[in-house]
Ligand binder design. Structure first.
Ligand SMILES: [Zn+2]
Length: 320
């Protein structure tokens, strides 16, 4: 192998065109998903604009601002009018996400509509499943997640994304979708979802903080990567079409491990805390938001993600 001076790696770094020509990772607008929050009442968030809540009409206006720019997909989260112990707002026919789906489907026939499937925004206690004896009851929750998925698909969802981390939920949802004639609807499973401190701004946006305890009894321990591979393996066996790692930046090794192990599309969720840290630092003049965001998103793709869920999806359209 030749060395200096015959080999000079700087030759290919000299100009932007050269760097682009030999770039190994490409950030592409067609791979990103924009998360959005829909609620009966709008709630603007000036510091973190992507965490704002929109009414159904406001959501249509918001999507109209970026849908034509090439962002292919949105991921919907709902904040219901009222909450109860079973999270019924998640699956009722006129639920907030169902209303949003119908409105978006009508206005944007080409846009991919993904929905988050969980109960935590809808339960009075804020946990991701129903409770029995002060604990989240795994098996009793499965049927409600399946009902929610069916309801979303009937209202126009193109794919459902279970984020609850109950065991067996992908299989329960796959079965329910197939029984309901929706065998063509894919499941994007939040397979390796960690109990992370980086969800902070999301909990405010989605009003989904648990009223007691935490989610460590069902979300994954940040210390584990082999367990993440088991979660992915089980979700795939149950019928998941896409597997997801969440959060993204503190878990790039997990994204890489999942990428190398499974020949399926891998998504990574660049979560609200990752977005918020850069926003906050940029507001203080410590970081350049655009550069820091592009670097972060490129790193997530370089680690092996095919799809990146990011609060910068809308901005990316202008940046790329
Ligand atoms: Zn949840």
């Amino acid at each position: 192998m030749s060395t200096f001076p015959a080999t000079r790696l700087r030759r290919l770094r000299r100009t932007g065109a050269l760097r682009k020509l030999v770039g190994e990772t490409r950030l592409d607008l067609s791979d990103v998903v924009m998360p959005l929050f829909v609620s009966p009442e709008a709630l603007a968030n000036e510091a973190l604009p992507a965490m704002s809540r929109h009414t159904v009409d406001g959501l249509v206006r918001e999507v109209d601002r970026f849908a034509s720019s090439g962002v292919p997909a949105v991921l919907l989260f709902g904040i219901p009018e009222a909450k109860d112990d079973e999270g019924s707002g998640a699956w009722i026919d006129d639920g907030i996400v169902q209303q949003a789906l119908r409105a978006l489907r009508e206005h944007f026939p080409e846009l991919l509509l993904l929905t988050d499937v969980c109960l935590c925004e809808y339960t009075a206690h804020g946990h991701c499943g129903v409770l029995s004896g002060g604990e989240v009851d795994n098996d009793a929750t499965l049927d409600l997640l399946a009902r929610t998925s069916i309801s979303h698909v009937e209202a126009g969802a193109d794919a459902v994304c279970p984020s609850d981390m109950m065991d067996g939920r992908v299989g329960a949802i796959r079965q329910a979708l197939d029984d309901g004639g929706h065998e063509q609807t894919p499941i994007v499973a939040y397979s390796a979802k960690y109990a992370s401190a980086f969800y902070g701004p999301f909990r405010d946006a989605a009003d989904s903080a648990p009223a007691f305890g935490d989610r460590r009894g069902y979300q994954m321990d940040p210390a584990n990567v082999r367990e993440a591979l088991r979660e992915c393996e089980l979700d795939l066996a149950e019928g998941a079409d896409v597997i997801m790692v969440k959060p993204a930046l503190p878990y790039l090794d997990v994204v890489r491990a999942v990428r190398e192990r499974f020949p399926v599309p891998v998504a990574a969720y660049n979560v609200s805390g990752e977005y918020g840290m850069i926003k906050a630092a940029a507001a203080r003049g410590w970081l350049d938001e655009r550069q820091a965001a592009l670097e972060s998103l490129t790193a997530i793709k370089r680690a092996g993600a095919d799809i990146v869920v990011t609060y910068w999806a809308r901005d990316l359209a202008a940046w790329l």
